[in-house]
Design a protein around this ligand. Structure first.
Ligand code: ADP
Length: 163
């Protein structure tokens, strides 16, 4: 049983995140999407809202791999969340080189903090979704721009409600 944790803020989930989940479904038997409560960012959506939105969007998402996907919030160290789920790998998406510098540092830190073998799997962003970041989507939505090319319809509606 290969279990992967895909951690992030998902504030809100975008087509970029969904692409990573779809591709990771070919690598793992189970993916736990971990919604970080303490990501150092001020969130627009609460953890409960982000969990509901992700579950809603996942209902409409086809996974190419045979994989179970669950969504859960966490407010602990990533390695403790991974231990809870007996996960062997962390999945992260990398959009550009600047993402990689941060991600490589986090991966090395997690490897040091963990008392067992864990691997971080970096998936290069699909060029089609490379420019999508949740923080930009929130700004575009707040200024009245059309975010439908970047996020599923449920998220367009949720962003409209918040603005
Ligand atoms: P953000 O950096 O947009 O606030 P998150 O913290 O929710 O996003 O990111 C969770 C993970 O998803 C990170 O590994 C991040 O690099 C990745 N990710 C975010 N947006 C994309 C995208 N457009 N394409 C690929 N990976 C992405």
């Amino acid at each position: 049983m290969r279990c992967a944790v895909y951690p992030g803020s998902f504030d809100p989930v975008t087509f970029g995140h969904l692409d990573i989940i779809q591709r990771a479904s070919k690598l793992a038997d189970r993916i736990v999407i971990g919604i970080a409560a303490h990501s150092g960012k001020t969130p627009l959506f609460t953890v409960a809202e982000r969990i509901d939105l992700l579950n809603d969007v996942l209902k409409d998402t086809t996974l190419p791999g045979k994989c179970e996907v669950v969504v859960e919030g966490f407010d602990t160290l990533l390695i403790h969340f991974m231990n809870k789920h007996k996960a062997q790998m962390v999945v992260r998406g990398v959009r550009q080189y600047s993402d990689f510098e941060y991600e490589a540092q986090m991966s090395a830190l997690n490897a040091k903090l963990s008392n067992r073998d864990i691997e971080t799997v970096f998936l290069a962003a699909n060029p089609e979704y490379q420019s999508i970041a949740s923080r930009f989507i929130k700004q575009v939505a707040q200024l009245g721009g059309d975010v439908s090319p970047f996020v599923p319809p449920q998220i367009v509606a949720a962003l409209e409600k918040k603005s």
